[in-house]
Write a protein that binds this ligand. Structure first.
Ligand SMILES: *Cc1c(COP(=O)(O)O)cnc(C)c1O
Length: 394
């Protein structure tokens, strides 16, 4: 079964480009050009150079002795937390800004929830000297003040989305409206493997650098270029898509997708889309999403802002529905405990999103001495306030 996108933009039943007529020309321009632009030697050279000297790649693949002893396996951490701006998101914004330049665009828009993608976008816009407008829900602006300040310091304009629940999906609607009104000079940088085709595939290609490095790093350290299992958290699914990319067709590699259960799957306060979701259309693609019987989107909940999304990317919907990937859900409390365990065991404070993946080590059965790669998608600086609240409860 093919796990990459087909020529119509689908992954099995999922994907496609369900967009307003007014966006057709923009999406068509991207679709016609993205593969060939990315393949150009000058594009590759510029991107590789920035990934190395600006982002700090390759990120290390670190063997954790203590986790390995605890779980009786060989556990490696892929250190995306060491990237510039603190997470994997910059891999995608670097790629998309270079693409935007080659498409002749000089104005960049983006949506952001917690502000991580907004910061990664504002960063590359500053680097390239392009105008940057970030749409962000009014509620999120209040909750994520440090990231709003970062974006402003980097020269971006942060525009509050004041409709609906005033969160990520409303910010996304505002960004789409902006693109419809400014089709010629503007590129929309989407932050995960979501949205209409070709975004899910394009973002996955930019994040694929994660598994490209893993192959040679594993070869060096274990003598074999693939692991037995890969663990990655899934909000929209971009860090997971990048960590899986080189191994999609290697069925010896088990792909573990960790979703946020929030207060619990049955609590009504959750973001475990693959369990609670059903087929529907969100932000331009057909995928699994949390919705009521009459198709209204259900507000998701997770303590971690990066996993607090009512859908998952169409490739993940396909991987999970077909059985290629195994979905596991992890609650807020389990993730918090895993974050503290990793901090004390290894001296690494993970992002709360990434901590969900570590909590799943307790929930998946694997063989003794299996080689496991944990994709450590980001660092925990941004979550310090949440961690301090937990400390005060211990
Ligand atoms: C945004 C974010 C995520 C979730 O996004 P994906 O597209 O699912 O990767 C996970 N981890 C960190 C650190 C993030 O910033």
């Amino acid at each position: 079964m093919p796990y990459v996108v087909d020529e119509k933009g689908f992954y099995g039943d999922f994907g496609g480009a369900f967009i307003p007529e007014m966006l057709h020309a923009n999406i068509e321009q991207l679709k016609e050009n993205y593969v060939s632009i990315i393949a150009e030697p000058s594009f590759q050279q510029e991107m590789q150079c920035l990934l190395k000297d600006y982002v700090g790649r390759p990120t290390p693949l670190y063997f954790s002795k203590k986790l390995s002893q605890t779980y009786r396996a060989k556990i490696y951490l892929k250190r995306e937390d060491l990237n510039h701006t603190g997470a994997h998101k910059i891999n995608n914004t670097i790629g998309q800004i270079l693409l935007a330049q080659r498409l002749g665009k000089d104005r960049i828009i983006a949506e952001t929830g917690a502000g991580q993608h907004g910061v990664a976008t504002a960063t590359v816009c500053a680097l390239m000297g392009l105008e940057c407008i970030v749409y962000m829900g009014e509620v999120d602006i209040a909750r994520q003040a440090p990231n709003v300040s970062r974006m402003k310091m980097l020269g971006a304009t942060v525009v509050p989305a004041t409709s609906g629940s005033k969160t990520l999906k409303d910010a996304t609607n505002e960004a789409i409206r902006d693109w419809i009104n400014n089709p010629h000079n503007t590129h929309y940088i989407i932050g995960s493997v979501v949205g209409p085709h070709p975004y899910p595939d394009m973002v996955a290609r930019f994040q694929a650098v994660i598994s490209e490095e893993m192959e040679w790093q594993l070869k060096e350290q274990t003598g074999r270029s693939y692991p037995d299992l890969i663990f990655a958290c899934v909000g929209g699914g971009s860090n997971a898509a990048g960590a899986y990319y080189q191994y999609l067709d290697n069925e010896q590699v088990r792909l573990i997708a960790i979703e946020a259960a929030g207060l619990g799957i049955d609590s009504g306060e959750s973001a475990a889309t693959s369990v609670l979701g059903s087929k529907g259309i969100i932000h331009g693609s057909r995928t699994l999403l949390m919705q009521t019987d009459d198709g209204q989107i259900i507000e998701p909940y997770s303590l971690s802002a990066g996993l607090d999304y009512p859908g998952i990317g169409p490739q993940h919907a396909h991987l999970i529905s077909s059985g290629r990937a195994e979905a596991v859900s992890v609650t807020d409390e389990e993730a918090l405990d895993a974050a503290f365990a990793l901090a004390r065991m290894e001296g690494i404070i993970p992002a709360l999103e990434s901590a969900h993946a570590f909590a799943a080590l307790d929930k998946v059965a694997f063989g003794q001495d299996d080689v496991i790669v944990m994709n450590l998608s980001g660092r925990g600086d941004k979550d310090l306030r949440t961690y301090i609240e937990k400390l005060e409860r211990i």
